[in-house]
Design a protein around this ligand. Sequence first.
Ligand code: EPS
Length: 380
Amino acid sequence: MLYFKTAGESHGKCLIAIIEGFPAGVFLDTSVINQEMKRRQGGIGRGGRMEIEDDRVEILCGIRKGVTLGGPICLMIRNRDDKIDELPAVTRPRPGHADLSGVLKYHEKDARNILERASARETAARVAVGAVAKILLNSFGIGVFGYVQGIGGIISRKSLHKKDMDVAKTIRDKSPLYCIDQEIEGKMIEKIAQSAENGDSLGGIIEVIAYGLPVGLGSHTQWDLKLDARLAYALMSVQAIKGVELGLGCNAANKTGSEVQDEIFYEKPQQGKSLTGGFKRLTNNAGGIEGGISNGEPITVRAYMKPIPTLKKPLRSVDLLTKEPIAAAYERSDVCAVPAASVVCEAMVAFEIARAFLDKFGTDSICEVKRNYEGYLFSI
Ligand code: EPS
């Protein structure tokens, strides 16, 4: 089964990701992975750290001449700001971060020993993994597209359809907020500037759409095989994500059954092959998943991010040593990391879909996966 683990501290030597269960025979273009690394570093609202770092991936193991061998793949991103041993102790826990719960759980007196690993710096490794997953998915015509739908309560009402994807990508990649709605982008930028001035931070909403994938990924047969549940897990694991919904999402609870379900139609596939076996929908309220199984419509998932807990104008806290009231620690931070998180969420969705894809079509070699995939499309 496809899996990955990360290692590394925010100011340690490097970040590492080890991917297991990735098929042999896939060319991993480092420059493609590095484009994603660069995107994660961008977006208005980022703090001083991003001016120091220049995240690039080195593939240490698992390839020969750039092509995967079927064994574990090790990816490394070096930290430029790697002075972990010289950094001062943190005894003023930040409300909302892992600082306080972490020191109590791990019997620490210095929250630095917690925050170094809890930091969202770890997401650099996840984006590298997601880029590898996307290389695999792209070779099967599957795309994964993440963008910022809202920041600080300013929310885009633009709905995105499969046919607009190329246009949307061009707009997003030109946008300083990775947003596709130029009408509200200015207001979002203003809101971030205001928040920076107030020493505060902002959260937002991220939407990720996966398209071009076949019916049949995930399974209804067991709780931990359901694709919607797996996507929710993957996204909830991203630092500061507090909620996840698919398709119509939470709003489905306020509607009737006939308003919510996507009716089924049939059209004979033109070349005898189709991602859905010829069945189609006119609506996609389900967000591309029914009963934990992809139904061949685009998967639409939204992640809700809270504002980052490190605040220039700190909140009230308590000193871990003296137990006296004190302002929470502040060194530097992002005011808004929603654009960066959209790249991370895209990576996590890509990984989870690649995992479900390989669960179904095999993991040994890319030729085998292709053969199984073609055979499956033919059979449905
Ligand atoms: C981050 C690096 C960090 C923060 C941010 C994300 O750098 P530093 O802690 O050195 O300023 O900018 O971390 C957090 C949001 C967090 O909660 O720790 C990065 O590379 O994305």
